[in-house]
Design a protein around this ligand. Sequence first.
Ligand code: WTA
Length: 669
Amino acid sequence: MSKKPVASNNIRSLLNETRVFKPSKDFSAAAHVGSLAAYKKLWTESVRQPERFWARHAKAELAWQRPFKKVLQWKEPVAKWFVGGQLNVSANCLDKWLGTATANKAALIWEGEPATDGRPGEERVYTFAQLHREVCRFANVLRRNGVKKGDRVILYLPMVPEAAIAMLACTRIGAIHSVVFGGFSAQSVADRIHDCGAKLVVTSDGGYRRGGIVPLKKNVDDALAIHDAAGGLLARTVEKVVVLRRTGHEVHMAEGRDVWWHRELEYVDSRCEPARMDSESPLFILYTSGSTGKPKGILHTTAGYLLGAKLTHKLVFDVRDDDVYWCTADVGWVTGHSYIVYGPLANGTTCVMYEGAPNWPENDRFWRIIEKYRVTILYTAPTAIRAFMKWGDAWVTRHDLSSLRLLGSVGEPINPEAWMWYHKVVGGGRCPIVDTWWQTETGSILISPLPGATPLKPGTATLPFLGVLPEVVDDAGKAVPRNTGGKLVIRKPWPSMLRGIWGDPARYKQTYWSEVKGSYFTGDGCRQDEDGYFWIVGRIDDVLNVAGHRIGTAEVESALVSHPSVAEAAVVGRPDELKGQALVCFVTLKTGVDAHPGLKNELRQHVGKEIGPVARPDDVRFAEALPKTRSGKIMRRLLKQIASGAEIKGDTTTLEDFSVVAKLSQSDE
Ligand code: WTA
């Protein structure tokens, strides 16, 4: 790494030249992959003979109940990896460590959100052996409540250890979990239950967030009471709800349907043999937004997913036995699945888990936690990094962060200013940063530096992971020359790739395998520089990335038009200094509806209720009409320009925004 001191206020000037940060000799010497040449050799072999490469790692990394016979059976777009093999994910994450030194090592260090009166948050530590016991017990609770192999289970929980326990318990008995982020509404919970036909829901009486309580159980009650168009219950497949006591406040318990987690434990013992699962048995479904329609249930299966999560976690974070690793994501997102639960546990890594927000009760929450537990690896998102930058260096520098040795970033492109700040102020100039590009669909990291090998440049996720062959192509699917923008595609299947969209094979094919022939289409725009580094530009479809969360514009639009005052809506992104993108909605009202001052807020709340607080718009603008092409398509490009143009001053509840829209739309036609 460069030894030159970098003053934080001088960062901008340094960015005029693209700086390259080489791994330090010490870091490389101890790393799993210790030089660029070594990486290149491994990568070349891996893409020349991918099956050989993946077979070798599948044998070395995973514990099999029955060995696989065939590495890959590929008939586009259907992949089957490690055919004929059997294994259990919870056994790979937990049983594997029993009887070794790792059994009594901390698997999960959990810290709860501090109380409103300033009392510190609760702390709990689970060793691998303890976690194994809790997972076995809860797996028995699931069984006792009727869950069988292949059944779907919705997990709607706060960031507590029980979220990981419930996930692993599902895998132990072969149930398919679908975690729903706590920031989603009752309607979203009901839609997901309906889509996957879930039999059981695991939730809690509530979760803490910035001193408030998120009423998770209440949302589940509401979800289970929502009717569909035909008058039946939308979530009618649910038979049981298991409720974790977290906040202790009173919740309604429906007789015969709802049971308490802690009471159920009294009826079970702690022995539970791991189910024998085929390599391709469904492991989990995770809903994510697409450019059209309702969220898609992305399906991941057992062996390939686990191998991807484990191997990337080991090499990208260069994990060692004594690391204390902290990924700040929520388990409701794919990052929490692969890099809080499955990857780290499968590698025997000590993982920190935190329940609350980064600025509660004060702006130094993260740095306190790092100092307290001597965290060595921190994995967080650019949106958080930009907020820390804004709050000022002092919150960070007052803490001893000398334990950190590696930093990671995920979720959106990291702007070079934020990269430099992260590097200098958080990493003390000594920690490499792994900027990791991947998606819910990819299951694990596909483009990222290997910290002991790859020279870093701020703002790029750099080079492909082993076995991964990305390319930047034009509309015809042909590779474009270096330094030319295009679509990012992946040319070869990889083990942790999605296996489909739950219940909708046609949409799977259409979304991912039809845009560019013979390749997986990522939906991202990209450019490769002269060194072959991949610079992700962002989504090129109608998906927004707001504070690292994927939001489909179509979903927000249909939430808006479900409000009685709204005639039509178009939703676009606007660059936002903190969140990356902000949600801007252009709305036309029904005839006779008055654009009264409270209506904008009412519409924002309405979207919050329909989809969840994560999708609440930043800005609602009224228009008399939306600009359309002659064929009636909304001109989003134009709206994007208007949204990111000069701030419209004055009384924003008037229709002045419209005149801009109208004028521009005329000139465009
Ligand atoms: C974006 C999150 C640039 C990208 C793991 C992708 C990134 C979408 C990066 C997937 C990165 C994620 N650099 N862009 N390092 N990481 N993205 O499914 O647009 O929530 O397609 O998965 O986030 O978001 P998802």
